[in-house]
Ligand binder design. Sequence first.
Ligand SMILES: Cc1cc2nc3c(=O)[nH]c(=O)nc-3n(C[C@H](O)[C@H](O)[C@H](O)COP(=O)(O)O)c2cc1C
Length: 194
Amino acid sequence: MNSKLLDLVKKRSTTRIFDSREVNSEDLLYCIRVAIQAPSGANRQPWRFLIIDDPLLRKELREKCEEQEKIFHENVNAELKEWFRSKQIMWHKPHLTSAPSLLAIFSDQNMVYATESTWLAIGYILIVIEEKSLSTVTYTPPHPKGLRELFGSPENFRLETILPIGYSADPKQKEERQSTEKLIYRNRWRELNV
Ligand SMILES: Cc1cc2nc3c(=O)[nH]c(=O)nc-3n(C[C@H](O)[C@H](O)[C@H](O)COP(=O)(O)O)c2cc1C
């Protein structure tokens, strides 16, 4: 099957190392323009986008996130610990200060389906970032509430993710996906591999 969209999403992968090239602010705006075309429960459009370009704020953000990450990594179960080790994911979050752009995305929890809808918008962003030949990592801090003070964001707005955005300098390969056949059932549920 030949599809431009399929090719694009097959090419997309998470980047945790960025080169120093700046991201054009028009490109960033374009990504957000695409994101807000996502559907949302009752069309509440519960998302907000915070561009973080103050170097001092980024430094503080990284420090706070790394504090949280140290505790998180000490306490994860053995299976996840091994997965993190195999991917060389540690508590260090250098991309919070080194990625050319940083975009935090919030959901208004006073609205119906706020989280579901905001993650749809995040999905749109991940694809449009690839369309622009940019890259990101869907970074989810362990305790987003603990970062609220830094941003001055209202209590009802939940931080869903922080996207460091830039051009990839990450040599890693795209992660494997399971085969489609294994994941589609017809009429009745069945176990994988049967
Ligand atoms: C909901 C969600 C949360 C994630 N949180 C993190 C994170 O906190 N840190 C990180 O390095 N990657 C995070 N990722 C990236 C995933 O590890 C990555 O998407 C996955 O391993 C598949 O790799 P790929 O994006 O290269 O295909 C997250 C992805 C999603 C969708």
